[in-house]
Design a protein around this ligand. Structure first.
Ligand code: OAD
Length: 246
């Protein structure tokens, strides 16, 4: 049986529903570059030069320029079929939540409601002084942007060496223990996010991986779809519609 059909069946019959755990690959078909792999961002930029607090302190303007360039791409991008089908599955109750490592808001723009951003959001700035968070509808005009309190603001994302927000991680762990999990477009190498599907597995839940390439998670996945996320979800949605589940 084709893997998309198996996954469609699992989605339709899942006892407690699925959570979607997503990474940069899900936004690749929307034109947002991934971090690793061919054309990955980390091939062109050194993470230690741009995505650490130390880098920010030594050159806030340079770090903001990089985030502004990425924010512009995110603002111009639109959700693809994978984001849209996941949102539809949430509306119909088959998907309970989205846990994303992505800092873009394409899940929300596709209509997903219950989204956890483990690594923060690129369209937010956070004050280093008072902690105020401001939504950015465009890149800030003066870099680095200043808060009303006088301190400078940083991108509201998680950098290397920084912990995730504890309540986000706790919630994500609880979701993965309760539900089957669709792991989509992540290289599954960045922890602690990469540990999440193992909680599902431990609890006897199903782990599905959708990724054109194999990852360290692949050996424990119950089903793998080796395709781009947009294509895979297009097919899954077609099958669910044919069978009367969507
Ligand atoms: P990566 O760039 O590490 O991995 C992207 C994955 O997506 C790879 O496994 C690709 O094979 C896969 N992929 C590419 N195109 C795809 C497509 N069209 N459909 C499905 N899969 C596709 O991205 P992440 O795993 O998200 O962290 O990276 C994790 C974290 O590393 C990021 O959140 C970021 C980075 O450091 C922080 O910024 C804290």
């Amino acid at each position: 049986m084709e893997p998309e059909r198996k996954v469609a069946e699992l989605i339709a019959k899942s006892e407690n529903g699925f959570v979607a755990l997503t990474g940069a690959g899900i936004s690749a078909e929307s034109g947002i570059p991934t971090f690793r792999g061919e054309n990955g961002l980390w091939k062109k930029y050194k993470p230690e030069e741009l995505a650490t607090f130390q880098a920010f302190v030594s050159n806030p303007r340079l770090v903001w320029e990089w985030y502004s360039w990425r924010l512009e791409r995110v603002l111009k991008a639109t959700p693809n079929k994978a984001h849209k089908v996941i949102a539809e599955l949430e509306r119909r109750g088959y998907v309970k939540a989205v846990i994303t490592q992505n800092v873009d808001d394409l899940h929300e723009r596709a209509g997903s409601r219950n989204v956890v951003h483990l690594h923060g959001r690129i369209d937010e700035a956070r004050c280093l002084g008072c902690g105020k968070i401001e939504r950015l509808s465009e890149p800030p005009s003066n870099l680095p942007p200043k808060c009303g309190c006088g301190e400078i603001m940083r991108p509201n994302v998680v950098w290397f060496g920084e912990p995730l927000r504890q309540e986000d991680m706790d919630y994500a762990v609880r979701l993965c223990m309760r539900h089957d999990v669709l792991v989509i477009g992540t290289s599954s190498v960045v922890y602690p996010a990469a540990s999440l599907p193992y909680y599902s597995k431990e609890m006897g839940k199903i782990v599905v991986e959708i990724n054109p390439e194999s990852t360290p998670l692949s050996p424990i996945a119950d089903i793998t779809i080796r395709k781009k996320a947009g294509l895979a979800f297009e097919r899954i949605a077609t099958i669910l519609k044919e069978e009367g589940f969507l």
